[in-house]
Design a protein around this ligand. Sequence first.
Ligand SMILES: [Zn+2]
Length: 366
Amino acid sequence: MRRRTFLGTSAAGGMTVGGAEALGSASQTQAGDGPRSALPPGVTPSAYAVPHSEYGQFGTPDYFAYANDLVIERNRPGKPHKGKVLAAIQAHSDDIPIFCGGTVAKLIDEGYTGYLIRLTNDESGPVEDRGPNWTLGHGVYQSQLDNDAVAKALGCKKAFSLGYQNHRADEDAVIEIRARLIFLFRLLQVNTIVSYDPYNQYEENPDHSVMSNAVQGACWMAGEERDYPEHFKAGLKLGGVREKYYVGRAARGHNTINRIVDISPYIDVKVRANVAYKDKGAAGDAGLRLKRALASQGRKLPLLGNDDDTANFNYVKHFLMGDNRVLGAQYGLEYAEAFHYIGPSTTGPGARETRQRYIDTHAVPL
Ligand SMILES: [Zn+2]
């Protein structure tokens, strides 16, 4: 219950900051459920506890700081992103599906050509009830298939795997990872990325930290003419990543949020993407394994249906999409994902075009 502390205080304190306004009445509803805060009078909270599913935390950190220009991104009719390229970049085969699979599916449905890029070989992962054959070698093999299956489920055109050793990315050179991403961003002409927030506080997984740091640098450097100029000799064009959807992941984390994406129309696609990875994570074949375990005890759960596919699908949707349901409910949405969205730079190409327009309009003969 400790995580509700700030919400309780917020309601009591009148909520004058942007984040509080963004949360609106939904936060005050939450406040009624929790204990009052021990914050002294006059102290305004700067972090807001994120309510989690009754089935446990799966897709959101403990705390958000809300920006006062929070936007709710809803489904856009037609194909407004036709001609644009999206790169969803993950360290492991389950990262994008868990934390932002709904948003990736939405953006692709709205016209983006999507690519899935995976940093590691995924050799490490929880064995749990998967059995003694779940070795490192099995992890490498199965996760390669999983990454392709996730890409397919999300509607991506192609999946890439960079093959760094799982849970050891902090011994790899960030400059090499960044250079490989710059190459891919230029090759694919990526406009928009979805990945982990580089400022993901309390992140325990070294692969996530290294990857997000490399992604951040690559987005900028792919557009710099004097970085890796041999790329242009080989026929590549300058890159230009203009939009970034950064998702907060660390369970104990605290992320700045300025965009809530309505993923309600894409929740079943997100569930399918989570069922698609079998080697690791809490989803995959978890429903089937539970069904078999119950059967060995002479029991069954009606939720899991009568076939293996239904067992996996319903397990993931009911137990693991809870945080997306709870987050969405705060905004009157069925399911949602939260991001720190960074749009086109005001000092980048857009600003240069505006400046050129001024020059062309106002320049006079000598
Ligand atoms: Zn991961």
